[in-house]
Design a protein around this ligand. Structure first.
Ligand code: 1GP
Length: 252
């Protein structure tokens, strides 16, 4: 089964998928396998791997070690054309559609395309939107773009519809890593309902309650990064909150 189908099937069964975001620049090489094992033991549905900067240059080894430590799919969430590795299971082939920076709308994709095409990776065409989050995030600064205002779901819907008409298969709404405020449930439900595309949401999700609200609003996958970098033991609680159908089945 493709990763794209796996994400949708898992979301239908569990409520939403729980994806843990790992930043290659912050990974301790000595603990990589242990990190992978802990994530798998938490009940997560997959690992997203990527960063808006990239200092490490060792993504092949890092992804290999993660793949050896668990059966979870590793999906690359690239900040640039350099973040491609054939050892992953899939790659979000993203265009930053909320911005008007030609470099991130199409240029990085042109540079990466030959490598992605020969890698054998499943490339998931993704419309990536940055949503205003209360403070300047690295993603906004590095991308040199304006985010979509957080209280304007109609603007987000128009972007998602354009992405769908252009043939994109997935929408990622991101408030940016460490965002003050995560994407609102109103915006998530509006985009999911009108686009009928699977929606991934992340950025600034700090508690299982924050995550549960976003899963129930109609996200196909909820991404948590920063908070788990501080304490990976919290991952189990996030899994239970995001996979709300599983928890409901357990109660009955
Ligand atoms: C950022 O969506 C991710 O691109 C995750 O954000 O690190 O704030 O959880 P956090």
């Amino acid at each position: 089964m493709s990763i794209y189908d796996y994400l949708q099937k898992t979301a239908r069964a569990r409520g939403a998928c729980f994806l843990v975001l790992l930043d290659p620049d912050k990974l301790d090489p000595a603990r990589l396998r242990r990190t992978g094992k802990l994530i798998a033991a938490s009940g997560a549905d997959g690992i997203l791997f990527g960063t808006s900067l990239m200092m490490s240059g060792k993504i092949d080894q890092q992804i290999k070690a993660l793949k050896q430590s668990s059966k979870l799919p590793v999906i690359i969430f690239p900040g640039s054309a350099y973040q491609v590795s054939k050892h992953a299971d899939a790659l979000l082939f993203m265009s930053l559609i909320s911005g008007r920076n030609a470099n991130l709308l199409i240029e990085e994709q042109v540079k990466a395309a030959p490598m992605v095409a020969t890698s054998g990776l499943e490339a998931i065409a993704t419309g990536y939107m940055l949503i205003e989050s209360g403070k300047l995030t690295s993603a906004n600064y590095i991308s040199n773009t304006l985010p979509i205002p957080r209280d304007k779901p109609d603007i987000a819907v128009a972007h998602a519809l354009a992405a769908k008409l252009l043939g994109m298969k997935l929408i990622y709404m991101d408030a940016g890593s460490g965002a003050q405020q995560p994407v609102s449930e109103q915006m998530i439900s509006a985009v999911a309902k009108h686009s009928q595309l699977p929606v991934v949401v992340g950025g600034g999700i700090k508690t299982p309650e924050d995550a549960a609200v976003r899963a129930r609003a109609g996200a196909t996958a909820v991404v948590v990064g920063n908070v788990l970098e501080q304490d990976l033991n919290l991952a189990k609680r996030f899994a239970r909150a995001i996979q709300f159908k599983t928890a409901e089945t357990r109660k009955h």
